[in-house]
Design a protein around this ligand. Structure first.
Ligand code: ADE
Length: 225
């Protein structure tokens, strides 16, 4: 899978994909992430990519020309399956969207800044608008990193144990059960006996019960779906 990211502050994306599971995905050739500096397509030698908004009001708007030129140049190499704009007024991101996106081959993510991007770019090029939650970040880069990370880890072959992504929270609309590791007794706090029983069937039943309880207590909205 190939993911291109268009950003006015590419430095913010230098590290997130160079470690841990994302690094493994890249090393296995399963995920390639290309980060592009939007200023490469600036309208003048001052690196301008934004301007005042028509109608007045505080905050700059990212201009059409740099974005359109960047998108069209990148598109020449390979057509994008999705052009995603990350924005607080997009559809709220969840595991189901991550699962769908992990099946695509070539994605472009556009990171906004300031007041956002000119509406005409959204109308002409963008195929999906995603918010990572009901709060406002200072730019789309961290949102893009969340999306790439959540997609990258579920690409088949990235995780060693294929089942480990399937047993994540949200994969069944259920939160994950509690997990324990050594020691068996930590300052008097013991690991539940069932996990030491060796009875795999009973362990799975216990885990499912715990997942259900966690979800009922913390996220009853998930059970309604
Ligand atoms: N850019 C700024 N805030 C955002 C959010 N919550 N989700 C996606 N992109 C954003």
């Amino acid at each position: 899978m190939i993911i291109h990211i268009l950003s006015a502050v590419p430095e913010l994306l230098e590290s997130p994909f160079q470690h841990s599971i994302m690094k493994r995905a890249a090393n296995k050739g399963l995920l390639q992430v290309y980060i592009h500096n939007l200023r490469k397509w600036a309208i003048n030698k001052h690196g301008q990519i934004d301007d005042y908004q028509y109608g007045g009001g505080a905050g700059m708007v990212m201009m059409c020309e740099p974005l359109a030129n960047a998108i069209e140049e990148l598109q020449q190499e390979k057509k994008f399956d999705e052009i995603i704009y990350v924005t607080p007024d997009g559809n709220t991101y969840n595991q189901s969207t991550a699962n769908q996106l992990s099946l695509k081959e070539n994605i472009l993510i556009i990171c906004g800044h300031y007041k956002g991007i000119d509406q005409r770019i959204r109308d002409k090029y963008v195929t999906k608008e995603i918010s990572v939650g009901d709060y406002v970040l200072s730019g789309g880069e961290l949102a893009a990193a969340i999306i790439v990370d959540s997609i990258g880890r579920i690409i088949p072959g990235v995780l060693n144990d294929e089942t480990s992504a399937l047993t994540d929270s949200f994969q069944d609309n259920l939160l994950a059960p509690p997990v324990y590791t050594r020691p068996e007794d930590f300052n008097g706090m013991k690991v539940p006996d069932i996990l030491l029983s060796g009875n795999q069937k009973k362990i799975e039943e216990w885990r499912y019960e715990q997942s259900l309880q966690n979800t009922q207590q913390r996220r009853p909205d998930l059970l309604k779906d």
